[in-house]
Design a protein around this ligand. Sequence first.
Ligand SMILES: [Zn+2]
Length: 140
Amino acid sequence: MTSLPLHVQFRSFVDDDAKYERFVHACIRSRSGRGRLRHWQELLWSNFVDEVPGFTGMPVDDILDHFYFCPLHQNPLTEMAVHIPADLIVTTVGSSDPNTPYGFRHPFAVPHSSETHEIRLDTCPKCLALADRNRENPSG
Ligand SMILES: [Zn+2]
């Protein structure tokens, strides 16, 4: 059944949801980082292409692009910039002492502007909606 999408065939091959989701999460992290598979991923992928025809020799970049989606909701991910208020950073790092690691003057914690610090996230719209709902209603 090579007409099924790659991730469906791969999930069926792995036959272990936790392991499959670990593979997808590792791909998402690799995509914005080293751009390659980890050793355990390479072994799993190699076993997969040995058994399921049609994916032999697929470039790693294509594999990473194929698995750039939310394994929970099957949504493609999008890159999104999130602004964190500067005062939250100070609260989070817990110190304004310039000698303290991650203190306010540590380069890592210096906001890009005077008011906000921006981080980039890979997000799924449904996960984001769930997170918003949980923030508004923490007990639910
Ligand atoms: Zn999701």
